[in-house]
Structures are given as C-alpha cells and as structure tokens.
Design a protein around this ligand. Structure first.
Ligand SMILES: Cc1cc2nc3c(=O)[nH]c(=O)nc-3n(C[C@H](O)[C@H](O)[C@H](O)COP(=O)(O)OP(=O)(O)OC[C@H]3O[C@@H](n4cnc5c(N)ncnc54)[C@H](O)[C@@H]3O)c2cc1C
Length: 234
C-alpha cells in the first residue's frame, strides 16, 4: 500500500490512517488449521476455509489479524466509538496537556431533521437557506466556546479545567489497535443505518482498509456474516 493510500479523509477535518498491521487472510487460515495439525494449503482451499469459518461463526481465528489506526474525529463520534470495549485498544491525546486541534470543530454538511415517526430516522435538509442558517448557529457557538477557552488559558487557568467549556464537536485524535474479529463487530453496529451518520463514515473508512488488507476475509464477511446495511451497498 503506497503512502497516499494509507490515509482516508473523513468528514470535514477528520481522517483514518492505517499506521501498522500484522497478518492477513492467511493468519486466520493458519490459526484455524492448528486444530487439525495442518497449515496453509491452496488458495482455493484457504478461501473456502475462511468462508466456512465466517458462515459458522468460528470467528476467533480472525483475532490473529491486527491493525493500528490513527484517527482524527469529533469527540461525539469518539464517545460512541469507545463504547466498544472488547478488542479495541485506544490511546487518545490529552486535553490536560495539549491544546492541539483545540480550535478545530466539526462543521456538518449533512444537516438532518428528526423524523417524527421514527426516533432513529433523520430527514436530510435540502433547503440551502435553512442549511446555511443552521451552520451559522453552529459556527457562532463554536467561536464563543473557543473564545472563552482562550480567555481562561490567558488568565492562567489549567488546560484540564479550561477544556470543560469545549463542545463535543471538537476534534480529537487517537491511536487504535484492534483485530479483525473486533473490527467486524464494530462494522456490524456502526456501518449500519441505525448508527449516527458521522460514525458510519468512520466505519466505512475502516472497512476500506480491512478490504484492502484482507480481501478474502472481507468478502466472506460481507457475504455471510455482516449484520449492517451500509457496506453491502457500496
Ligand atoms: C445504534 C446504536 C445506538 C446506541 N445507543 C446507545 C444509548 O443510547 N446509550 C448507551 O449507553 N449506549 C448506546 N449504544 C452503545 C451500545 O449499547 C454498545 O455499548 C456499543 O454498541 C458496543 O457494543 P458491544 O457492547 O456489543 O461491544 P463491545 O463492548 O466491544 O463488546 C463485544 C461483545 O462482548 C460481549 N461483552 C462485552 N462486555 C460484556 C459484559 N460486560 N458482559 C457480557 N458480555 C459482554 C458482548 O457479547 C458484546 O457484544 C448504542 C449503539 C448503537 C450501535
């Protein structure tokens, strides 16, 4: 994978970068075959084994494929992301010690109104005048928060205390190491129309790297195990 292919832009200022990975389709095959004292076989048999594992929910061999991502995302997205406790190891920048990105806030282009019949459904606003008005309100609130943050810092208040007035639309950054099994669980829940649109965009970016690095596993996952409704339509 070339350097330019390692980063995907997400939302207006965010990204997902693949920093490191270990293993691929064959790591899962090798782990699965240990049960029978065998190792790698032909492409065709290995691919079929992956399909068999996926169809029957034997997903532990996929824990032998690991990825490290570097992610920049708004805090409200990260808050949803970090609810995934198993096989997801994050390390995030600390607002106690750094003001990095403290003035970077998510400005949505996709403005939605609440569907009155279904709480999980949104209606995308097409009216440009209305969109502009919404964005202006958001920008104004961000500016006020950031101004207050700067005032507090200039008075001498610590970063850990000054940050309490920053909004959840502020960008943060973190490393995340995960494995293919945990990643698939994340994609089931977040590459789904039930999840908030913004986290869906990050899930789609993770799926892109998963597909690039583990094409057989990804194909079998989408075909036999994926529980969402976004990736199969891309
Ligand atoms: C559309 C959507 C809406 C949501 N809304 C809300 C909300 O309003 N409020 C809210 O608080 N959360 C909400 N969540 C978060 C959700 O409840 C989960 O915490 C989150 O999706 C992580 O899923 P998980 O627990 O399966 O993943 P992980 O934490 O990664 O766990 C993976 C799996 O391990 C097992 N496991 C993990 N921990 C335990 C445990 N302690 N005991 C038993 N088994 C365990 C389970 O099988 C679990 O599926 C929402 C999630 C989605 C996708």
């Amino acid at each position: 994978m070339g350097n330019s292919e390692k980063i995907l832009k997400v939302l207006d200022k965010g990204f997902v970068e693949i920093v490191d990975y270990m293993g691929g389709d064959r790591s899962a095959v090798r782990a699965a075959r240990v049960s029978h004292g065998k190792d790698i076989s032909t492409d065709e048999k290995d691919k079929r084994l992956i399909e068999h594992l996926m169809k029957n929910g034997h997903t532990s061999p996929f824990e032998h494929i690991t990825f490290t991502f570097y992610v920049k995302a708004p805090i409200f997205v990260v808050r949803q992301w970090f609810r995934h406790r198993i096989g997801m190891s994050p390390n995030e920048i600390s607002r106690r010690y750094t003001s990095k990105n403290v003035d970077e806030f998510y400005i949505p282009t996709n403005i939605r109104f609440q569907d009155t019949d279904d709480k999980q459904k949104n209606i995308v606003v097409g009216d440009e005048k209305l969109k502009k008005e919404v964005i202006e309100i958001i920008e104004e609130a961000y500016e006020k928060s950031y101004e207050a943050y700067e005032k507090l810092i200039n008075i001498g208040v610590t970063k850990e205390l000054a940050r309490i007035i920053l909004p959840v639309g502020e960008y943060t950054e973190f490393y995340l190491t995960t494995n293919a099994r945990a990643l698939m669980h994340f994609l089931d829940l977040r590459a789904s129309s039930h999840a908030q649109w913004e986290i869906q965009q990050y899930a789609i970016a993770l799926a892109y790297f998963f597909q690039k690095l583990c094409p057989w596993t990804y194909e079998a996952y989408i075909k036999y195990a994926y529980q969402g409704d976004v990736l199969d339509k891309l």
